[in-house]
Design a protein around this ligand. Structure first.
Ligand code: S3P
Length: 173
């Protein structure tokens, strides 16, 4: 089984993914980190030197490379579900989980860590809030295709694991 964590930037996909994989005893892969390791470039460098379209093709290529793996938690980038039919692909290979947060909560989180995120770098708090509201509006139709939708704010890991058990996605011996 592959579990895909999806959601907006700042929704806690990487942190939750690391903790979840360690609890399940599964492997964890962060798509952005994997892309950085593979290319030897940071996400910001890829965006500025090669462009977003190139980044999106790397994302999709990597998703497909990982599609036959077992016992794996993947944390996606915030835009992964919204390009190249990735949402359909992920739903066909495993179980997608949307970590859902409101725009205000995302702004509070992202204001502290916008510098290394090319899409929101240099925005004021007001611009950031507006960007997030508009982008969430465009992206939620994709995010909402997830098989599970989980409250991302103060997420309870044991509740998430109980949910996975009840869905038959995780059966500890
Ligand atoms: C992006 C989100 C980032 C990263 C890239 C583009 C997006 O990932 O993939 O900067 O389009 O929302 P995180 O959601 O892990 O920050």
């Amino acid at each position: 089984m592959i579990l895909y964590l999806i959601g907006f930037m700042g929704s806690g996909k990487s942190t939750t993914g690391t903790r979840l994989a360690s609890k399940l005893g599964w492997e964890f892969i962060d798509l952005d980190t994997e892309i950085e390791n593979k290319t030897g470039l940071t996400i910001s460098q890829i965006f500025s030197e090669k462009g977003e379209e190139f980044f999106r093709s790397l994302e999709t290529e990597l998703l497909h490379e990982l599609g036959n793996r077992k016992d794996l938690v993947i944390s996606c980038g915030g835009g992964t579900p919204c390009f190249n039919n990735n949402m359909d692909y992920m739903n066909s290979r495993g179980h997608t989980i949307y970590l859902k947060l409101q725009a205000r909560a995302l702004t509070d989180r992202l204001i502290k860590s916008s510098a290394n995120r090319p899409l929101i770098k240099g925005l004021s708090e007001k611009e950031l809030q507006e960007y997030i509201e508009a982008a969430l509006h465009n992206r939620e139709p994709y995010y909402n295709m997830s098989k599970s939708i989980i409250k991302g704010l103060s997420l309870d890991l044991s509740q998430l694991i109980d949910h996975l058990k009840s869905e038959g996605l995780y059966n500890p011996l």
